[in-house]
Design a protein around this ligand. Sequence first.
Ligand code: MRU
Length: 363
Amino acid sequence: MKIDGQPYRTIFPDGDAVTVIDQTRLPFAFELKRLASLDDAAVAIRTMVVRGAPLIGVTAAYGLALAMRADASEAGIERACATLAATRPTAINLRWALDRAAAVLHRAPEAEREKTAFAEAARIADEDVESCRSIGEHGAKILAEIAAKKSGTVNVLTHCNAGWLATVDWGTALAPIYVAHDAGVPVHVYVDETRPRNQGAALTAFELNAHGVPHTVIADNAGGHLMQHRAVDVCIVGSDRTTASGDVCNKIGTYLKALAAFDNRVPFYAALPFSTIDWTLDDGVRDIPIEERDAREVTHLTGRTEDGGFATVQVVSPGSPVANPAFDVTPARLVTGIITERGVCAASHEGLAGLYPERRRAA
Ligand SMILES: CSC[C@@H](O)[C@@H](O)C(=O)COP(=O)(O)O
């Protein structure tokens, strides 16, 4: 995607380090950050300098490569994987990318491991771009069909940020919107602000602004009302982990939007690459680990002040206990379909196995 006319990926090798876009500074400042060590990569993931399931996976793969420079032994591989895997528990892409890169490293001679790891991380990044582009093509057909049927603008509701900032490029839930918009399909996006960290208000709005896609930011609680009044034609969200049965884990609040969509017969799609599917799990509500984050994300808000500075303010009554579960699970029965790089399928064992027969058998 382009920022001020310059094409960017969210992560790219840069001499002997890796450069990422610092997402904690957006939308008010566009700053790049160099990651030069395993610790830099782990901290960037944990503190959400980088975030979004596919991008976390790619950053972990590069983190492993950076670790190989310091210690390319078998123990070094294990230590680096354990450090990176412990950064965030919910997005399966993290574990998937580490398992894939570590398997390649175990087969490589120690002296070759740094080079091998960088090459594998680059392959994972390139494949992510291609997967997301393809998700965009498949999902755009759904938007074009809706536009043709109603002969007017398609109103999409999305939650969190599942755009190019959450991946290496294109995004998952936003990729169909970019492809449709570029093809001349009239699209307007309702962007959930996505408390507590406001990924929608800060990141999705930033992306859509930069690409010129018409959009409106709404408070998280507004979606149900808009759906009741037929203002939303379709919901599209991303996912951090999707079970083999089609349960979709995504940013906290997604489940409530799916319930409202179901009650109002609004189609609800999840867009995700194969690296987000956890073939070992069937019951997402029971078995997907949900990250519990710092209470400060709920009690405090950071933003720009009217004089152009930045300030953090407390918004919760001092002393009140706070909970901050970062994700929830939308059961497959509420999901109209899953948009993948191979096409669109039902959110079910049969649907996913139909698109990925080889992986279902392997699991
Ligand atoms: C293509 S990204 C899909 C998900 O990773 C996204 O919707 C999401 O929930 C991100 O959560 P975050 O906590 O910002 O990493």
